[in-house]
Ligand binder design. Structure first.
Ligand code: 5GP
Length: 210
């Protein structure tokens, strides 16, 4: 029996504009990992090149709301007039199969995971500085200043929630951020509270066979 046979739930989250999607892609491109991505459900329309079941499960508002009402979402949030959420069943199945399940979600969703899954590992992706975040948020398109200001205000409120996470990873470069996350995952595996019960079982089996 492996020392560690229930998987880890790893939540990558952070303010909008911080680049968490890019960091998540870089993490999955690294070699020698056993991570699986939990595909979210959303009501937003697919973008060009997005495939149903790969980037997201694309559903209607009615379908999403029936998932919520039936208690089938681990977490969900409304973001720019669309629902986004994590179906509970797929996460539970993957964890029970001993997989390392990664969620990449915004901060409201992460708060819900904190409440429901006490042993989840919550990683907050932070910008190297507020100036850097301003630059990213304002260089996204040709939006009017009040929209940019609204995004910045939202990002500030989101950064304020970092205290409830387990780790803060600065996204100075995407590669550095992905490396740090991998180091966190490895360290989490070695934590005594995750392994001690299995270790005790192994000792008992050994003693019995003597
Ligand atoms: P986008 O529309 O750009 O793909 O995603 C918009 C935002 O929704 C991103 O910040 C992304 O991290 C977040 N998001 C994606 N999936 C989920 C989810 O399942 N739950 C929550 N709470 N946020 C999500």
């Amino acid at each position: 029996m492996k020392l560690n046979d229930r998987g880890l739930l790893i939540v990558i989250s952070g303010p909008s504009g911080v680049g968490k999607g890019t960091v998540r892609s870089a993490l999955f491109q690294m070699e020698g990992h056993d991570l699986v991505y939990s595909v979210s459900m959303t009501t937003r329309k697919p973008r060009a090149n997005e495939v149903d079941g790969r980037e997201y499960y694309f559903v209607t508002r009615e379908e999403f709301e029936s998932y919520i009402n039936e208690g089938k979402m681990l977490e969900f949030a409304e973001f720019v007039n669309n629902y986004y959420g994590t179906p509970l069943d797929q996460v539970t199945e993957m964890l029970e199969a001993g997989k390392e399940v990664v969620l990449e979600i915004e901060v409201q969703g992460a708060t819900q995971v904190r409440e429901k899954m006490k042993d989840a590992v919550l990683i907050f992706i932070a910008p190297p500085s507020m100036e850097d975040l301003y630059r990213r948020l304002s260089s996204r398109g040709t939006e009017p200043p009040e929209i940019i200001q609204a995004r910045i205000d939202k990002a500030k409120r989101e950064i304020d929630l970092a205290y409830m996470y387990d780790y803060i990873v600065v996204n100075d470069t995407v590669e550095n951020a992905a490396d740090r996350i991998m180091a966190i995952i490895r360290a989490e595996h070695a934590k005594v509270e995750r392994t001690i019960h299995k270790y005790k079982e192994l000792l008992e089996v050994n003693n019995e066979s003597k």
